[in-house]
Ligand binder design. Structure first.
Ligand SMILES: C[S@@+](CC[C@H](N)C(=O)[O-])C[C@H]1O[C@@H](n2cnc3c(N)ncnc32)[C@H](O)[C@@H]1O
Length: 215
């Protein structure tokens, strides 16, 4: 059971896809896990349940931070919950596993919402505002041999993520993938996505992937 304050992203298909990939990782009492964009903390709780010794969860939404803190307390999991922008709160630290299901939905413009539920999905015109930053910031917080598990949609440039991470010396694989029908947000943006050539006329599905990058 998870507590979720109003406006906090409810775990969905993308969360569960990342949860599936996470279940295949080898975690032990010395494992240090970082969950960027934690929402309710669903994935942090799973990492703790899988045996990770140290789990840190970060979100830029105070409601998400509070929800995660409550959920960790209810499950008696010693998760460190931090408020802040991506890796800023853990600057100088290193982790064996970094997981993230960030906002990745192409939006009307490049202005990122600074409040409201859409902060959980809107990611600029190309959907890459957060993905590009995670690609740039993750290597610094990964220990040598550490793994990044990153969820995104086929609408927000899987190849761009691959090449940005490869350019920094990481080895890339697709750990999980899943074809899904557009939910209400993408359905309402179909015309815009068609006009920009991000989807074909009549397209109603996207592919979600979890990219696995090893430092
Ligand atoms: C798609 S939701 C995912 C939540 C959760 N990980 C899950 O899978 O259920 C994205 C989350 O990213 C958070 N977020 C957005 N921008 C952020 C930023 N710059 N730094 C940290 N978290 C951010 C949102 O508040 C939201 O909780």
């Amino acid at each position: 059971m998870l507590l979720r304050l109003p406006g906090v992203y409810p775990p969905q298909a993308d969360t569960e896809l990342l949860a599936r990939a996470l279940a295949s990782e080898d975690l032990g009492p010395t494992s240090q896990v970082l969950d960027l964009c934690t929402g309710t903390g669903r994935l942090s709780l799973q990492a703790a349940a899988l045996g990770a010794g140290h789990v840190t969860a970060v979100d830029l939404s105070r409601r998400a931070v509070f929800s995660t803190w409550i959920n960790a307390t209810m499950h008696r999991d010693p998760i460190r919950v931090l408020y802040g922008d991506l890796t800023a709160p853990v600057k100088g630290e290193q982790f064996d596993l970094v997981i993230s299901n960030p906002p990745y939905v192409p939006a009307q413009d490049d202005t990122l919402p600074n409040r409201g539920p859409q902060r959980a999905w809107d990611a600029g015109r190309n959907g890459r505002a957060l993905l590009d930053r995670i690609c740039a910031e993750a290597p610094a917080v990964l220990a040598s041999g550490g793994v990044l598990l990153l969820t995104q949609s086929s609408l927000s440039g899987i190849e761009q993520t691959r090449s940005r991470l490869e350019d920094q010396g990481l080895s890339i694989d697709i750990a999980a993938r899943f074809e899904i029908h557009f939910g209400p947000v993408l359905s309402s943006r179909r015309t815009m996505l068609e006009t920009r050539g991000l989807i074909t006329t009549g397209q109603t599905t996207e592919e979600l992937v979890v990219i696995r990058a090893v430092k």
